[in-house]
Design a protein. Structure first.
Length: 435
């Protein structure tokens, strides 16, 4: 598709993206209605096991609505009357609205058939650990997956460790070991089998125990009306998923909408992505535009608007606004890479670094830690962006709000530098906000 459309300035593109993610609205006390709306606007809450501050899926809602009940979000996610379900958004484990479930059925069916190749097939459906593990299990242990499914059927709900029919645990020293066995995710055979069943939709996540997944048959977990909903064709589902991505992004390139290898909001092979985007352009739902300073063709969701943004929020490293690091760089001139897997001597800005959004700009990198033993929100490192405005008062207010939300009594700033000193002084002057 040739580059077409009116030019959009970098500032307009940034504000459109922020508005699409719900940052154009005032925050307040987050009741269930506002939490539900924030999740719908975000489109997805990525899950991650790191808990140095709090679980990552809680943070995007806090960034958008302010203080709210994390237990309430747990109920929406894993309660008896749940409104969210766990699945893979691209390759990332995530919480998604139940309305998205029928759109994932084609992926589940492809996973059940073990259609894996993301570049050649429109049906890339599972993380690498499942793909590689199932290739081995299929050859080495035929019938094992059926044994695991039978065990869940008869005894579920179960964790992966409990769903092990013969109790055998592989070791890395065995001949031809599974390369994932013994790593931080402990991909034993039972884990591989049950994650495959999860990808295939035969089991789902019934709940979490100390954040460990508990699996059960899907029909015993999800509401009947969701499971019985008409199943769209794969083409219909892909179009709707790109619509969801476009609404959530506001303005984006083809790769940002549906590029493979982690580059897109929802990954599709290149030819399929171009076809779907072309169909939405023809329907008038996506409007081709040229974003100032961006070579690639961009597309604006037809309902997305450029509006003033008066935001103030600390952003999770896994927030949908910034999880595409290249897009974050283009929109905000903010080069951001997560540091939790970087060796300590090589870290520049800290361990769990949250960008600080002020207005429509990312103005600082705030390393945060919840010291639960001393009930303290700690700022080990604070790095302002070049030419950033003074933000000490606003960041102090945000930290007070976060500490109150996380039930932490104190805030400490051991970070060095003039900005950290200004923040410490601002914290002393300010009081916790009521929202």
């Amino acid at each position: 598709m040739a580059a077409v459309g009116d030019e959009v300035s970098g500032g307009e593109a940034r504000r459109i993206a922020l508005g699409a993610q719900g940052f154009g609205e005032p925050r307040g006390r987050g009741d269930v209605r506002r939490v539900r709306k924030a999740v719908q606007r975000a489109g997805v809450l990525q899950l991650d096991s790191v808990n140095v501050l709090c679980r990552s899926h809680y943070l995007p809602v806090f960034s958008r609505v302010g203080r709210y009940s994390r237990a309430g979000l747990d109920k929406l996610s894993w309660g008896a009357d749940r409104e969210l379900f766990e699945y893979f958004w691209g390759h990332k484990a995530a919480l998604l609205p139940l309305t998205t479930y029928p759109l994932m059925r084609w992926r589940m069916r492809a996973a059940e058939r073990q259609v894996w190749d993301e570049e050649l097939s429109p049906d890339m459906t599972a993380p690498w650990s499942v793909v590689e593990g199932m290739r081995r299990l299929t050859a080495e242990r035929p019938g094992y997956v059926d044994q695991v499914l039978r065990m869940v059927t008869e005894q579920g709900p179960l964790t992966a460790g409990e769903a092990n029919p013969d109790g055998v645990r592989r070791k890395r020293s065995e001949p031809h070991p599974d390369p994932t066995t013994g790593t931080m995710w402990n991909w034993q055979d039972a884990k591989i089998a049950i994650e495959y069943l999860f990808c295939a939709g035969l089991v789902t996540i019934a709940g979490r125990r100390h954040f460990e997944r508990i699996y059960d048959l899907t029909e015993r977990v999800l509401p009947a009306d969701v499971l019985d909903a008409p199943e769209p064709t794969a083409d219909e589902a892909r179009r709707e998923l790109v619509r969801i991505a476009a609404r959530g992004l506001g303005i984006a390139t083809l790769k940002e909408l549906c590029g493979v290898s982690g580059r897109g909001h929802f990954p599709l092979p290149a030819a399929t992505g171009r076809e779907v985007v072309g169909e939405l352009v023809e329907a008038g739902e996506l409007i081709p535009v040229r974003v100032e300073g961006v070579k690639q063709q961009a597309y604006r969701w037809h309902e997305a608007k450029d509006r003033p943004i008066d935001a103030q929020a600390l952003l999770s490293p896994f927030d949908p606004l910034i999880w595409n690091r290249d897009r974050t760089h283009r929109l905000f001139d903010f080069f951001y890479r997560i540091s939790i897997y970087t060796p300590a001597p090589q870290r520049i800005h800290g361990y769990y670094v949250l960008p600080f959004l002020l207005g429509d700009q990312l103005v600082a990198r705030v390393d945060l830690k919840a010291d639960r033993q001393t009930s303290t929100l700690v700022v080990p490192t604070l790095t302002p962006e070049p030419n950033a405005p003074d933000f000490a008062e606003q960041l102090a207010a945000e930290l007070h709000l976060m500490a109150d939300w996380l039930d932490l009594e104190h805030i400490a700033v051991p970070a060095n530098g003039a900005t950290a000193r200004a923040l410490t002084e601002a914290l002393g002057r300010s009081r916790p906000r009521s929202q």
